[in-house]
Design a protein around this ligand. Structure first.
Ligand code: GLC
Length: 628
């Protein structure tokens, strides 16, 4: 194939120890690669050869320091599962202006105990509107206002020196309409047209749309957009300027393998696989969570393992509970796909518990999830840059006596501040008149009532953090939540969101993407101290290693969410009071779990919990991590 690096020439130029290392990795991971490709393409052996050659070319130019990192990670494969692992996610510009600016604020991250930093889309997007950078026009360049690729390399190295792994977004479901691949398709190159889904008329799009849910029903209805230049209906799941790629074309896979390998060599350690659920299309389905999605991930991961095994994949699949686990590897893909995946279900249940003051639905829904593979970790989070969609199934709701639709409507009303007694100040995002689905935007602090001066707001913020930090996995703190930033009142007057830049379609997710105020304001110190305390307690609690399952227990008191973690060192019982009044955990439960009530200590406070009348007492919104 023209332009393809020749494997033998690349290997021959390597020192012998490197060549042996490479060959050993190919022997170890090529079977995974081939097995995945066989599920996807007819010419799979040829594609495998090509990908191994690409991996060799990247391996050959990988920095000494990164080769060393590969070695360290291979020797310590559970490095990301340790309880000391805590993540932070931010837009680089909103956190610190530029990539160089981020390096100047590492002290804040280090002070918080952060070991993993996800910087939101930082590769060159199309001009606004660009969906917060999720419409990439050039994967090889850094967003101009943030810096250059050299700055990215320098930042990755600085972070690495401080024990912080850099994560970036890999937007792989779509590219910007202005990306050279799409531009070539628009210019009439038939080969490049095949990289996308373009239809001459509505016949096929209509057939697909019969079963396709809408992602942005409000500002981008439908899943196809007519493009005058390409003279066709283009598949655009998200906005009309985000063109879905055709992953059934192996060229697309090979191109993304190169993008991953290139940024891994720039020092990126984690790739967030954006909107991964949508990458494979199948007529008659929702075109989400198709089995081939996992084969694609397995292929890309095998390539990364061969060239740069320090790299992790993080699946961003914001899907229903039943589809979630496959992203961490089930069946034949076990241990071969993403190492990390967003625990969307836990996030939703945290909000549901706070609003309903009841832990039963959360317990039931989370109990239905099969255990995650022990070599992986959930990303646990309370908020991220996106809206909250109420991913609660009708079945789970019914099992706890609720009507799914009514409960989801209640949550929308509650967090939009429309329900009597609500403390929340969220905004409705993407109201869908057909399904009556209403998602919610808003910052953690505003959704917890801080803006309305609710006296329990700080406790709620800390309780939510305690749940994600005590669940196991990799907790990721969303920028600003650690200092209780409220909704940004100027969200619709920002350069990114100003109506004249966005065609009048305001995206209110910007309400919870504020700028970080430096120095950290005094108003945030209470929450900051509390989060810091939780992070420190977590790091000193080996029971929270991600290889140990979070076992959600049926609540003994409906207002207390219970999570047991049976570690070889002993059991940890996490108890979270989701109510604004005192609740309890019966001492019998401690006995049942093998905990000695007389010797139990709460790892968060460092003290024994308060036991009275045969029960551990919890103050309003109190969290306990009990071990004995
Ligand atoms: C992911 C991102 C979201 C974006 C979408 C399309 O879900 O988190 O912000 O709108 O992908 O790229």
């Amino acid at each position: 194939m023209a332009g393809m690096p020749d494997l033998q020439t690349t290997l021959a130029a390597l020192p012998s120890h490197r060549r042996e290392m490479f060959e050993a990795r190919v022997e170890r991971w090529r079977p995974d690669l081939e097995a995945a490709l066989a599920l996807l393409y007819d010419d799979h052996t040829e594609v495998a050869d090509r990908l191994v050659a690409q991996a060799a070319a990247a391996f050959a130019v990988r920095d000494e320091e990164l080769h060393h990192l590969d070695l360290r990670r291979l020797l310590e494969p559970d490095w990301f599962q340790k309880p000391s692992m805590v993540g932070y996610a931010a837009y680089a510009d909103r956190f610190a202006g530029t990539l160089a600016g981020v390096a100047e604020h590492i002290d804040h991250l280090a002070d918080l105990g952060v070991c993993y930093l996800h910087l939101m889309p930082l590769l060159q997007p199309r001009p606004a509107p660009n969906d917060g950078g999720y419409a990439v026009a050039d994967y090889t360049r850094v967003r101009e206002d943030l810096g250059t690729v050299d700055d990215l390399r320098a930042l990755a190295r600085t972070l690495r020196g401080q024990g912080i792994s850099l994560c970036i977004d890999l937007v792989l479901n779509h590219v910007a309409r202005e990306h050279p691949w799409a531009a070539a398709a628009r210019a009439g190159d038939p080969r490049m047209r095949d990289w996308f889904w373009v239809f001459p008329d509505r016949k096929v799009p209509d057939a697909y749309e019969r079963t396709l849910p809408e992602v942005f029903p409000d500002f981008a209805p439908g899943s196809f957009s007519w493009d005058e230049e390409v003279r066709g209906w283009v598949w655009t799941t998200f906005n009309d300027y985000q063109w879905d790629l055709n992953w059934s074309n192996p060229e697309v896979l090979c191109a993304f393998a190169d993008i991953i390998l290139g940024h891994a060599n720039n020092g990126v350690e984690v790739f967030r696989l954006d909107a991964i659920a949508f990458t494979w299309k199948r007529m008659g389905t929702s075109c989400q969570n198709q089995p081939e999605v996992h084969a694609l991930t397995q292929a890309l991961r095998a390539v990364a393992r061969i060239a740069c095994p320090a790299v992790l994949f993080k699946a961003e699949a914001i899907v229903g509970p039943a589809d979630l686990l496959a992203y961490l590897g089930q069946g034949e893909h076990h241990g071969k796909v993403s190492d990390l995946a967003y625990h969307n279900s836990l996030m939703v249940q945290i909000w549901s518990m706070l609003a309903s003051k009841d832990a039963r639905l959360a317990a039931h829904a989370l109990q239905q999830l099969p255990p995650a593979p022990t070599s992986t970790a959930w990303i646990t989070y309370v908020r991220c840059h996106d809206d909250i969609g109420w991913a609660i199934s009708d079945e789970d709701a019914a099992a706890t006596g609720l009507d799914g639709h009514a409960h989801r409507a209640f949550l929308s009303d509650f967090y939009a501040g429309e329900f009597p007694g609500s403390w929340a100040e969220g905004l409705v995002f993407q109201e869908n008149p057909q399904t009556r689905d209403r998602r919610i935007s808003g910052s953690l602090a505003s959704l917890c009532g801080l803006g309305k001066g609710d006296p329990m707001a700080v406790r709620r913020i800390l309780l939510a953090h305690a749940v994600i930090l005590g669940y196991g996995g990799v907790p990721v703190i969303w920028m600003g939540d650690e200092i209780a930033l409220l909704n940004d009142p100027s969200w619709d007057q920002q350069p990114e969101t100003a109506p004249e830049r966005t065609g009048g379609r305001a995206d209110n997710r910007w309400v919870h993407r504020p700028r970080m105020p430096w120095p950290v304001p005094e108003s945030g110190s209470k929450v900051l101290d509390g989060v810091r305390r939780l992070v420190r307690a977590r790091a000193a609690t080996p029971h929270l290693h991600a290889s140990v399952q979070a076992e959600v227990l049926t609540p003994r008191d409906n207002g207390v969410f219970l999570v047991a973690r049976r570690h070889p060192l002993g059991t940890l019982l996490g108890a979270y009071n989701v109510m604004p009044e005192p609740r309890h955990v019966p001492v019998d439960l401690l006995h049942d779990l093998g905990l000695d009530p007389a010797a139990v200590v709460d790892r968060i406070s460092g003290y024994p919990p308060f036991v009275r009348e045969g029960a551990v007492q919890l103050a309003p919104y109190e969290a306990l991590w009990m071990t004995s």
